[in-house]
Design a protein around this ligand. Structure first.
Ligand SMILES: [Fe+2]
Length: 759
């Protein structure tokens, strides 16, 4: 069940003069109320400053009629109908497949129309093996199945043919590699109930079947699907691997244009053939659910299946699809893929000229239901309104979007109600697909995440963990700890997002004296990492890295999939799943995916510290080290007399917790870096990151395992008056508001920010 009232925006950020469109789905009969708030503090924990939302008068305030907007999960290929697919005197369909859930129920490999309703055909797999169904033209179908189980994660050829001369249909399945003792090779033929041609003007679908809504989504890989104007099953059987019959009328080549929406035809002949035939059938059907784009190519992907995955002929000689595209002709489809909910606009916000840069929310309310959809107002391009800018980690928020953690037990839910936390939990609603920390239903890792959907985890008052020592906030809500502190301390800041920085590069931040990150700026494109590096290391910018496990994974974007990010959980790193061999390269940009460290750019190079240890969501403290008295950095701890820093806070109960970063010259920490404090006394749940471990004894940089479990607060100067200050812990910002913002952590950050912006 989808949440009763929710929505999303067409973009995360806009400047005055720009506009943001809101797409709302409501299951209520009556209208819902809309207003806008400025989000200052999202943490509903009664032990902290509490939620602070400041109402803002805008033109979009008002009542709007409710309407339900559906979301269709599942990826597939759609090919508009074409003349060559009509008037055939017998035909065949075939593909090479690698199913991942063959026992789950019928899943379409190639279909046209809905034979169960009497028209079209479908080559499918299911518990009774490969099957073929054709419509009888009278509201029913003829169906034949091989009747032998198909093994998961094995390659098969599946073929079907319709032969009006004999009045039969035939289906076959053939494993590419037979397994001893397994009988899964077979053919079945049956007499047709009707000699009517299974003609329909509907489009051809790969990996789904038409109907009232698309259904029977395929799970697994499909390679070289085709339709041929031959009824002879033996012609299909005799085909060498990768070869299509001469009579092919539609063949699809998935081994091209890996980042795109467009699907290419195999060779040039099928396209010519279909275009040159006389048009005797109905005109091409435009079939484009969710994205009514008349300019869409005739054969295209919907809902972002996995590309650049190994095909049936991948032999390990190349690890990148760019080097052997012919070995990457498969696409991995999932029944739970999503690229874009495709909802219509309900209202559009024209950003007033005088709207200050900041974090905002569009609040929608109806009866007991409430949702606050966040958005950012950034300054106009080239017109900063402050010396300081907060870079919202929207790539990271998006990568984690709707992360289902299975942590929502009764106690957690009761706490959420008591505190007035966000109402919708991903554990309850899988309607808007997964995060890249989840697995697809077929057990494969989720490698794409779109922002064009409601994001339950990106709400100011969303609780992630049942944190016994604090609030359990992460990401967007956790970053309001910093937004609130800036507000409470009177620091004016502009706000921009990762997308803004990726789109515009270093020039966007160059005018600022200081860039502040949030608690967990983990995911970066080459564009955002380059911009921050040039800013802080060459252009005299001052970077305040206010979190942990930052600058860790490499992500990619594609112009064809504007809402999406791609992640390959390639070798190394603390990972939610592991990319398959041969699939470490991003389809979107062709680059080696995974850790930036494995791309020669450990976080220490930019920030002085990098991921070193992870534990449960619990915190400890830092202890001032010798570097705290170093004349280059002594000003940072000015006015702070304590040796122990941050043994308090709303995130895990301590400033050093959950994910910790350390300085390490062997990983790129600059020689002139000063560590002013290091954390200690971490709980038994903490382990050293896997990429630093070689064995139970040895580590990559020679630091003993237990010494890797620490966060270092680190400072260094850079060229042209630049500087970097890094705290190296995800829970750090949770400590800022302690004792009415009068505490050692708050004082330290204030010392740094004032010096950075005032000198
Ligand atoms: Fe993370």
């Amino acid at each position: 069940m989808p949440p009763p009232l929710t929505g999303y925006t067409d973009r995360f950020s806009a400047a005055p003069g720009g506009r943001i469109a809101f797409k709302i789905s409501s299951t209520f009969e009556e209208a819902y109320d809309v207003d806008v708030v400025r989000i200052i503090h999202g943490d509903p924990n009664p032990d902290g400053p509490g939620v602070k939302l400041r109402p803002v008068k805008t033109d979009i305030e008002g009542r709007y009629p409710s309407r339900f907007q559906p979301t269709h999960l599942g990826s597939y290929v759609v090919v508009d109908d074409m003349p060559g697919l009509h008037g055939l005197n017998g035909f065949s369909v075939a593909a090479t497949i690698w199913p991942t859930l063959p026992d789950k129920g019928p899943q379409a490999v190639i279909s046209k129309g809905d034979p169960t309703a009497g028209a079209g055909f479908a080559l499918e797999i299911g518990p009774d093996g490969a099957s073929f169904a054709v419509g009888d033209g009278a509201g029913g179908e003829t169906r034949v199945a091989v009747g032998k189980r198909i093994r998961r994660h094995q390659w098969y050829r599946v073929r079907a043919s319709h032969d009006p001369s004999t009045g039969t249909i035939t289906v076959s399945q053939e494993p590419l590699k037979a397994e001893h003792g397994v009988d899964d090779d077979g053919t079945a033929t049956i007499a047709l109930k009707s000699t009517a041609a299974p003609d329909t003007p509907e489009p051809v679908l790969v990996a789904a079947r038409s109907g009232r809504v698309l259904h029977r989504h395929f799970n697994g890989k499909i390679e070289d699907p085709f339709i041929a104007a031959t009824a002879d099953h033996e012609v299909l059987r005799a085909l060498p691997p990768g070869k299509l019959p001469d009579s092919t009328v539609l063949g699809l080549d998935f081994g091209r244009d890996f980042s795109g929406v467009r699907v290419h035809y195999s060779g040039s002949r099928p396209e010519e053939l279909t275009q040159n035939l006389n048009m005797t059938s109905p005109p091409p059907v435009t079939f484009n659910p969710g994205t009514a784009d008349p300019a869409a190519p005739a054969a295209r992907l919907v809902n972002l299946p996995a590309r650049a995955v190994t095909g049936s002929n991948w032999d390990g000689t190349e690890m990148s699809f760019r080097h052997a595209p012919e070995q990457y002709r498969a696409i991995h489809f999932h029944e739970d893929d999503l690229a874009d909910c495709g909802w219509e606009d309900d209202f559009v916000f024209d950003i007033p000229e005088d709207m200050p840069s900041g974090v905002y929310g569009c609040r929608i309310r109806c009866r007991h239901a409430e949702d606050v959809i966040p958005f950012y107002i950034r300054p106009r391009k080239g017109k900063p309104t402050s010396d300081v800018v907060f870079l919202a980690s929207t790539f990271t928020y998006q990568i984690y979007a709707n992360h289902q953690r299975n942590v929502s037990d009764h106690k957690f839910r009761e706490k959420g109600k008591r505190w007035g936390a966000a109402q919708y939990l991903p554990d309850d609603h899988s309607d808007y697909a997964h995060s890249t920390y989840n697995l697809h239903t077929d057990g494969s890792g989720v490698g794409y995440s779109t922002r064009l959907r409601p994001i339950m985890t990106m709400r100011h008052n969303f609780l992630t963990f049942d944190d016994p020592y604090g609030s359990g906030l992460r990401h967007f809500p956790a970053d309001t700890h910093l937004i609130d502190w800036l507000d409470a301390m009177g620091h004016d800041v502009d706000v921009i997002t990762d997308q803004d920085l990726d789109d515009e590069g270093v020039e966007l931040i160059a005018p600022y004296k200081v860039v502040l990150t949030g608690s967990h700026p983990e995911y970066h494109t080459k564009g955002t990492l380059d911009a921050l590096t040039e800013y802080a290391h060459e252009r005299g910018g001052r970077l305040m890295y206010m979190g942990g496990n930052g600058f860790y994974w490499r992500v990619a974007r594609s112009e064809d999939w504007p809402g999406a990010l791609e992640i390959r959980r390639a070798e190394g790193g603390i990972r939610a799943w592991a990319a398959e061999p041969g699939e470490y390269y991003n389809a979107f940009d062709g680059q080696y995916g995974g850790l930036w460290r494995r791309n020669g750019r450990p976080p220490q190079q930019l920030a002085g510290v990098g991921f070193s240890s992870q534990g449960a969501f619990e915190g400890s403290h830092y202890r001032r080290s010798e570097g705290g008295d170093d004349p280059r950095a002594a000003w940072i701890l000015e006015g702070i007399n304590e040796e122990v820093l941050g043994n308090f806070g709303l995130s895990g109960g301590g400033a050093a917790g959950f994910e910790l970063d350390r300085a390490d010259i062997r990983l790129g920490t600059p020689e002139n870096a000063v560590v002013i404090a290091s954390s200690e006394s971490h709980q038994p749940s903490f382990i050293a990151v896997l990429e630093d471990q070689l064995s139970q004894r040895n580590t990559v940089t020679g630091v003993p395992h237990d010494k890797l479990i620490r966060a270092d607060i680190t400072y260094f100067d850079t060229a042209n008056g630049g500087a970097v200050f890094s705290v190296g812990s995800i829970t750090f910002c949770g400590s800022l508001s302690h004792q009415d913002y009068k505490n050692s952590i708050s004082r330290m950050v204030d010392n740094v920010l004032r010096r950075f912006k005032e000198t």
